[in-house]
Design a protein around this ligand. Structure first.
Ligand code: FES
Length: 147
């Protein structure tokens, strides 16, 4: 299994896109992400995780892997390590900024008040779906917001 790749999901994903989001793509099974954990994804198969998901119970929160503090800075210091030690905040490994899991707003660190760029997700029949338009590549927060 190649972590973070679309094709890495164990077994075929099946089901229908959630209502209101026809034609969108399945990302993984909800159970592929441990409750309280994070996981990076490479939905366009670009060779690096360009987004990540944090699971809390049955809820998932998707964010681009792009810190608003510094252009092209990836968040995790190792595969899937997007959270602080106690799992209560998203942590950027570069300079230690801490972001709210649900709102993506920096609460502590050099970019306080700025926010991560959200990725629209839906959970339907135990499958996590990527629902919004998704732009390739590592991008600056400004570029992501202009799309
Ligand atoms: S690049 Fe993320 S805190 Fe500096």
């Amino acid at each position: 299994m190649v972590a973070g790749r679309w094709s890495a999901a164990p077994g075929p994903l099946s089901g229908h896109a959630p209502a209101g989001h026809p034609g969108k793509r399945p990302l993984c099974r909800l159970d592929d992400i441990a409750d309280g954990a994070s996981r990076g994804f490479d939905p366009l198969r670009e060779g690096r995780d360009t987004m990540f998901v944090v699971r809390r119970g049955d809820a998932v929160f998707g964010w681009r892997n792009a810190c608003p503090h510094y252009d092209f800075a990836r968040m995790a210091w190792k595969k899937d390590a997007f959270l602080n030690a106690d799992g209560t905040r998203i942590r950027c490994s570069a300079h230690g900024a801490l972001f709210g899991i649900e709102d993506g707003v920096c609460e502590v660190g050099p970019c306080i008040g700025e926010a991560l760029t959200p990725v629209l997700l839906a959970v339907h029949d135990g499958v996590v779906w990527l629902c919004g338009d998704y732009q390739p590549g590592l991008r600056t927060t400004r570029e992501l917001r202009e799309v």
